[in-house]
Design a protein around this ligand. Structure first.
Ligand SMILES: C[S@@+](CC[C@H](N)C(=O)[O-])C[C@H]1O[C@@H](n2cnc3c(N)ncnc32)[C@H](O)[C@@H]1O
Length: 229
């Protein structure tokens, strides 16, 4: 199976082999890959919607892996029993949906060894939620597919010491690892913030959000010179 760079990176951030659930699996490509290439003994592909579950079942059947990957329909972590798996993947959803899933079954999430999360947007707010809710970020990665940059966050239950909210928003492990796409990531952030400034300025030049975003752009420039990127 030819996985996308994004899904390959999600798999790289897992601890393998381990009992693993892919929440919001859709096509079930990740559990199929894990069943074909690793010794994970329990693999669960789950999705809230019927159609993705049907697609998952079809792909699992085509791969002849019905005895290795179980499909469950339901919302978030509610499809799992406590301690049934040690890690979960929640990829390809907005950060608010990911946070809702973790809030809805918080005790189960706290019993996991690792969570690999790939928000489509709002990675900064997901990091803040993790830090404020007793999860620590243990690794992070950036992946570029065409012009789109994806952020992947690996977390474990535990405390994270936060000295700098701006670094938390950007991704402490992305900075620590000096990820090769850091320069591209910073350019994208600056572009996005500047576009918002320009848009707000058209109608409301006194809006305090303008100064807030200008400060963020300045902080980013300082960080760039500190990191020499
Ligand atoms: C864009 S797909 C991502 C598929 C795959 N995880 C990936 O990253 O390529 C998002 C999937 O999440 C599912 N989903 C959305 N909210 C969910 C929830 N609360 N619990 C389980 N699945 C959910 C959707 O039905 C959809 O199939």
């Amino acid at each position: 199976m030819n996985l996308s760079p994004r899904l390959k990176k999600v798999i790289e951030l897992l601890d393998l082999p381990a009992n693993t659930a892919d929440i919001g699996t859709d096509h079930a490509y990740v559990p199929i890959y894990l069943a074909s290439n690793t010794d994970c003994s329990k693999l669960i592909a789950s999705d809230y919607n019927k159609q993705p579950c049907q697609a998952a079942l079809k792909h699992i059947h085509q791969a002849g892996l019905e005895d290795r990957v179980e499909v469950r329909q339901g919302s978030g972590l509610s499809v799992l029993d406590q301690n049934e798996v040690s890690q979960v993947i929640i990829a390809g959803m907005g950060s608010r949906t990911i946070i809702n899933i973790l809030e809805d079954d918080y005790n189960l999430a706290q019993g996991l060894e690792k969570l690999v999360l790939q928000p489509m947007a709002g990675a900064g707010s997901l990091r803040k939620w993790l830090a404020n809710n007793n999860f620590k970020i243990v690794d992070e990665a950036l992946v570029r597919e065409d012009d789109r940059l994806y952020q992947i966050i690996a977390a474990r239950p535990g405390n994270m010491k936060i000295n700098n909210e701006f670094i938390l928003e950007l991704g402490p492990k992305l900075l620590e690892n000096r990820t090769s796409l850091l320069n591209y990531y910073f350019n994208e952030l600056e572009k996005k913030w500047q576009e918002v400034i320009d848009k707000i300025s058209e109608n409301d030049a006194e809006n305090p959000k303008i100064n807030y975003l200008k400060t963020k752009i300045r902080n980013l420039a300082e960080l760039r010179s500190e990191l020499k990127i």
